[in-house]
Design a protein around this ligand. Structure first.
Ligand SMILES: Cc1cc2nc3c(=O)[nH]c(=O)nc-3n(C[C@H](O)[C@H](O)[C@H](O)COP(=O)(O)OP(=O)(O)OC[C@H]3O[C@@H](n4cnc5c(N)ncnc54)[C@H](O)[C@@H]3O)c2cc1C
Length: 567
């Protein structure tokens, strides 16, 4: 195959914005987007609530500076302040740009873009398209990429970077339709593969494919990952499935109620109530349940999210998908009854360490979106800031890759390298004496993470998690794929995803054990205070042999000094 100037791995919001911007920067470039699902089925399409921007349409006194401060405070002061400046300053421009190219934003009565309140935000600044914001953004971007001549390789599964003496030569991927291993020689590769929160199998709001493939590929190629221990639990997952009920439901005025009928958030965030930041609201719900004030059912313990006082009109017009999901998956119509909810693993704050331009430490390799860690979310992301992140930093990374592609000479990927990859995949199909099943290891991975490296953490539990993960890695060497066919071998792909999740789970657990403090989403019951003296820094995970090696990196400060975080 002729070398590409840019190979983008991932067709979600970050990947498509990067592709669109790279084409705009230099229309002569040869750009490929690879995606293991059809691009418009990427997890971005599941985003409901909206994207933040200080447009000041709803609250006239909103400013970019307030958005910056809310984001830094929300991050528990772990975000890099120069990156947050970029995120929030670019926000109004990028929302308007999407408006210009066709995203159908909901409108206020004066016809300006509508904005709703979101957790941890001082003003209503979340721009939305009913409760289908991600879906509409993704459709808009996909159209633009098709129009601009981006090459799409849909249903291709990225396997590894091709390296020669640590120099990146391109990407190796499997064509899922034929099972064939194909080479993508490239001057630059940009990862936009989304998050890893699906590793918390049993309760996660994420799409099945959010298995951190790009992060794992980068990690195994020697590229550092940052702040992996920070995994966000969203307060309101549906009780049975963990599927998401958007924060927009509380933004529109929904209440959280315990089994005693109390609006219990008054105990934890008297000022912000249900619109406290996610880490705080999730901990509050779990505490109510742990202290016996939750509801119980065969499908698990839960609290109520009550929207009944909002009225049928508002629910039907602004939260139609939430109504549909509650009826379908819980059998309750939120117009008449409260929704049973419990926190669910939702978002990866950690990811591939990049600079503010999307560059990693490896020449020609870039990352953007949820798979990257710039970092703008620090220890806790605010709702509505991730769609914004993928757009702003997707655009920046796409621009950088387009500007820099000419610096890197392409070189061919050898037939030997392809043959070695084929042999590796085939080895999963060869019989072995001691046989392990994918499904069992996958289940155990989710269980141990949920129990030992979940919302509340402590040394003895995390150590158990670390030991379990080591054992799972060992057992993984005996996993065999039963299906030996070439066409859409989902069993093989699940096994490859499992390996990616196991490698990343070890970085999550290692960071969680090392970080002896509580900050944002990372709550250590044995170290309940934030410890700025020892831990106001990023963790950096690299691979050494087959083990995680932890390092650190300073946090970039700016106008805002460290403060206690109250709501
Ligand atoms: C249910 C839900 C609701 C959300 N709501 C909001 C919200 O209202 N506001 C907000 O700001 N944020 C929200 N978020 C978070 C936000 O949607 C995500 O962080 C963001 O969309 C991620 O975009 P992305 O482009 O980085 O990755 P994704 O959209 O996840 O796309 C990843 C892409 O990578 C591809 N890929 C992955 N692995 C491989 C591989 N091995 N080979 C080839 N391709 C691969 C996939 O096919 C896909 O195209 C929500 C998240 C969830 C789960």
């Amino acid at each position: 195959m002729k070398p590409f100037d840019i190979v983008i791995v991932g067709g979600g919001g970050a990947g498509l914005y990067a592709a669109m911007e790279a084409m705009k920067t230099n229309p002569a470039l040869n750009i490929a987007v690879l995606s293991k699902v059809y691009p418009n089925r990427s997890h971005t399409s599941a985003a409901q609530g909206g994207a933040n921007a200080a447009l000041a349409n709803k609250a006239k006194d909103d400013t970019v500076e307030l958005h910056i401060f809310d984001t830094i405070k929300g991050s528990d002061y772990l975000a890099d302040q120069d990156a947050v400046d970029i995120l929030c300053s670019e926000a109004p421009k990028i929302i308007r740009e999407l408006d210009n190219i066709g995203t159908p934003w909901s409108r206020l009565e004066d016809n300006t873009i509508a904005q709703r309140p979101f957790g941890g935000a001082g003003r209503p600044r979340c721009c939305y398209c009913a409760d289908k914001t991600g879906h509409t953004i993704l459709q808009t971007l996909y159209e633009q990429c098709l129009k601009k001549g981006v090459f799409f390789f849909n249903e291709y599964f990225a396997l590894q970077l091709s390296l020669h003496d640590s120099r990146m030569k391109g990407l190796i991927a499997m064509n899922m339709k034929t099972g064939k291993i194909e080479a993508f020689p490239a001057r630059t590769v940009l990862f936009a593969t989304g998050g890893y929160a699906k590793m918390y199998w049993n309760r996660s709001s994420n799409a099945a494919g959010n298995t951190g493939d790009g992060q794992a590929i980068a990690y195994r190629a020697g590229i550092p990952l940052k702040d992996m221990e920070f995994v966000q639990f969203h307060p309101t997952g549906l009780r049975k499935s963990g599927l998401l009920v958007t924060e927009g439901a509380r933004g529109e005025g929904g209440y959280l109620i315990n089994a005693l009928g109390e609006r219990f958030m008054s105990r934890y965030a008297p000022e912000k109530m249900e619109l406290g930041p996610r880490d705080l609201v999730s901990r509050s719900i779990e505490t109510e349940i742990l202290q016996g004030r939750g509801f119980d059912s065969p499908a698990g313990k839960y609290v109520h999210l009550d929207l009944t006082h909002l009225g049928a009109d508002l629910i039907k017009s602004r939260l139609p998908q939430i109504r549909e999901m509650s009826m379908y998956f819980e059998g309750v119509d939120p117009i008449d009854e409260p929704i049973p909810v419990r926190p669910t693993a939702h978002y990866s704050m950690g990811g591939i360490d990049t600079d503010n331009y999307g560059r990693t430490v490896m020449d020609g390799v870039y990352a953007a979106g949820e798979c990257a860690c710039v970092s703008v979310h620090g220890a806790n992301r605010l709702g509505g800031n991730s769609l914004l992140d993928i757009l702003v930093f997707g655009r920046i990374a796409g621009h950088t890759a387009a500007e820099e592609a000419g610096k890197f000479e392409p070189s061919p990927i050898t037939a030997d390298e392809i043959a070695a990859t084929e042999a590796r995949l085939r080895s999963y199909m060869q019989p072995s004496g001691h046989f392990e099943r994918y499904g069992i290891l996958r289940e155990e991975l989710g269980q141990t993470l949920g129990q030992n490296v979940g919302i509340y953490r402590e040394a003895s539990k995390i150590r158990k998690g670390v030991a379990d993960l080591r054992e799972l890695q060992e057992r993984f060497t005996h996993v065999r794929v039963n299906d030996t066919s070439d066409v859409f071998n989902t069993n093989l792909m699940q096994v490859l995803e499992l390996k990616n999740m196991l490698d990343l789970a070890e970085t999550v657990a290692a960071g969680a054990l090392a970080r002896e403090e509580s900050r944002g989403s990372h709550t250590r019951t044995d170290f309940p205070q934030r410890d700025d003296e020892k831990w106001h820094k990023h963790t950096i995970a690299t691979i050494e042999g087959d083990r995680v090696k932890l390092g650190e990196k300073p946090v970039t400060m700016g106008r805002y000094e460290l403060q206690e975080r109250t709501y």
